[in-house]
Design a protein. Structure first.
Length: 296
């Protein structure tokens, strides 16, 4: 919310989910560090891959946003006329209940859902929402059979090209739990892509300090052993049934972004600690993998 208010990128919907920040965030945090949705390099890097998938499939696909939290991607894609056939979000029932309450009470959120809905009245209760193009499902990602059952109740189509997005989600699961989720996705959808954003290079001194800082805040990274390197991130995807996998750190992502816009955002706030910024960016990555029976 703070990054949007300063002008790093536009998101007219985040204000309906997040109260105005009382404290000022450091510039290097806004550019890609902390595990909270919406930092510049992360937003643009993940968005680039999502839009590439949508364009390849001509939007004849579905997106499953895993651990979506208060993400606003559905509304932003609708504004750009880039909605897939169906957009699913999954999170813990408590998070889902909060999001549904916000949607129901704020017309700028509910109206776009109604506009994209056809047929009978949409289904909504405290822990799920189901419309023609958008569904929110309350489920625990550690139990993939329960997840699949709930998604199918909301008209998940396993034959459609499917994009799964996980941003700082798998790292909170044990390696076995995240492996089960990745295997489920790889075995369920014949044509699919997965995007994973999370920590990397966590075995060096800087990574260890990050882990200690998070532990002091009672934040346990149960899957951090898989975040030791870009190779370990790629290998986990290949080992769990994906055919092709890539991984790059966020400093590399930052260098790939349109440089005119990078110059614009670098002028928004003075960045004193460039070395710290680079170290932070080298400890997060975007990984993506695909399996493609139809040579898309």
């Amino acid at each position: 919310r703070f990054a949007v208010s300063v002008g790093y990128w536009q998101d007219p919907y985040i204000q309906y989910f997040v109260r105005q920040a009382k404290e000022r965030k450091a510039p290097e945090i806004n550019r890609g560090f902390v595990c909270i949705p919406g930092y510049y390099a992360r937003v643009h890097g993940v968005s680039y891959l999502i839009k590439a998938f949508l364009k390849k499939t001509e939007c004849n696909c579905q997106i499953v946003n895993l651990g979506a939290g208060m993400d606003t991607l559905f509304w932003r894609l609708k504004d750009e006329n880039l909605l897939p056939r169906k957009y699913f979000e999954v999170d813990f029932p408590m998070i889902v209940a909060r999001k549904i309450h916000n949607i129901k009470s704020k017309p700028p959120l509910s109206k776009p859902i109604m506009e994209s809905h056809s047929g009978d009245s949409l289904l909504i209760d405290s822990h799920s929402l189901d419309s023609t193009r958008y569904s929110i499902v309350g489920a625990d990602l550690r139990f993939s059979s329960d997840l699949e059952e709930k998604l199918k109740k909301h008209n998940l189509d396993v034959h459609l090209p499917t994009l799964l997005v996980a941003e700082c989600v798998l790292v909170y699961m044990t390696p076995q739990q995240s492996a089960n989720l990745l295997k489920w996705a790889a075995s369920t959808f014949p044509v699919a892509m997965v995007i994973n954003y999370e920590q990397v290079n966590m075995r060096d001194r800087f990574g260890q300090i990050m882990i200690e800082n998070l532990q002091r805040r009672q934040c346990n990274l149960a899957g951090v052993e898989l975040c030791s390197s870009l190779d370990s991130q790629r290998e986990r995807l290949l080992f769990n049934g994906w055919e092709n996998a890539r991984a790059i750190d966020m400093m590399k992502v930052y260098s790939f972004l349109p440089q005119a816009d990078v110059k614009r955002i670098e002028a928004l706030e003075f960045l004193d600690e460039k070395e710290l910024f680079e170290q932070l960016m080298q400890h997060y990555c975007i990984c993506w993998a695909s399996k493609d029976s139809s040579n898309l």
